[in-house]
Design a protein around this ligand. Structure first.
Ligand SMILES: [Zn+2]
Length: 337
């Protein structure tokens, strides 16, 4: 084990998302693969010593499929870890009962931190009420090929690591709390493998409301596999992978299934989420479907002409609308003007 605490981590760059950005695992910076299916599955948590769970019962990532999990590696007296504590507590509190759990993995560095009693006392002092796995032998540290305290892994409903964040969330203007909070909300809005079927049924029921209808076989034949997954199965592409994410040309964004104009390029903005974002849709082009699954109100957006799934709309966007249409690039086509 080679462990070091880092003061600022400015040299490590910002959010290491398992998409197209640098993804540090195996101790090296590698360009992560871009396909949605290529996110790395988070190693299962191992160890029987737990704090803050009923009767010290272990929590497994396997049992959390269909939910979002934040795993944070820390050490009880590491000051950089403490700097992040307020954000962890807030996530644990604000998303409580909404399908999100924060799990602390305590890998000790100092002799003092090797005594579970000290870890428990420090946790209490820090206001931690979420589960903590005591990683005394550093087995989880090794399994995750960990290098630094603190490190945060945001794990999606399928058990894949969708973001890895090393160091302090707010050091050097990194805005990590906002970025990861936004990612957690996005992951909550994604369909889990278990809920896809229900959603497809809902869409089938709604199909008659859309002017343009085609059979499933027709859509399959017309769309690429990725377009079909997003538009017809409400899938989500990997962040930072969309072809139109960084498109700044003047023109119109259309539905990739039926070419209905959806957004003008002057309403596009950089939301920092890794998905093309707009603050305003072309009037009448988008139908909103409110979904309250996982105890969170989120709004799915579909093309009003063909019913194709586009993404979601959130109310944390910029002026003048305050809306953030978080779109899948795969659901869009760009028509240059
Ligand atoms: Zn359409």
């Amino acid at each position: 084990m080679n462990k070091i605490t880092l003061p600022l981590l400015a040299t490590l760059g910002v959010l290491a998302v398992a998409g197209a950005s640098a993804y540090r695992i195996n101790g090296q910076t590698a360009q992560a693969k871009t396909a949605q299916t290529n996110f790395q599955t988070a190693p299962e948590l191992v160890g029987k010593q737990w704090l803050n769970t009923p009767n010290g019962k272990p929590v497994t990532l396997a049992s959390r499929r269909g939910k979002v999990t934040v795993v944070e590696f820390y050490a009880a007296t590491c000051s950089n870890c403490r700097a992040n504590q307020a954000a962890y507590n807030k996530w644990a509190q604000n998303f409580k009962g909404k399908g999100v759990e924060v799990i602390g993995v305590h890998t000790p560095e100092l002799a003092y931190e090797r005594d579970p009693k000290n870890v428990a006392a420090e946790a209490k002092k820090a206001g931690i009420s979420y589960p903590i796995l005591l990683d005394g032998q550093g087995q989880n540290w090794d399994n995750y090929r960990q290098q630094y305290w603190p490190t945060i892994y945001v794990i999606d409903k399928a058990g894949k690591v969708r973001a890895k964040w090393e160091g302090e969330l707010e050091a050097g203007g990194r805005k990590g709390t906002a970025k990861l909070t936004s990612l957690i909300q996005t992951l909550l809005a994604e369909n889990s493998p278990t809920s896809t079927q229900t959603n497809m049924k809902t869409q089938d029921k709604d199909k008659t409301q859309f002017p343009l209808t085609k059979t499933d076989a027709e859509w399959r034949a017309e769309l690429t596999p990725q377009q079909y997954n997003v538009l017809r199965q409400a899938g989500t592409e990997a962040p930072y992978t969309g072809a139109l994410l960084k498109n700044h040309e003047t023109g119109v964004y259309e539905c990739a299934a039926c070419q209905q104009p959806l957004f003008n390029s002057d309403t596009k903005f950089d939301s920092g989420t890794g998905w093309p974002s707009f603050y305003q849709a072309i009037p009448g082009s988008i139908k909103e479907i409110t979904d309250t699954a996982y105890g969170m109100k989120r709004t799915e957006t579909v093309c009003s002409r063909c019913g194709g799934h586009l993404g979601h709309v959130f109310d944390d966007g910029p002026k003048p609308t305050g809306l953030r249409y978080c779109m899948n690039s795969a659901a869009l086509e760009f028509e240059k003007k």
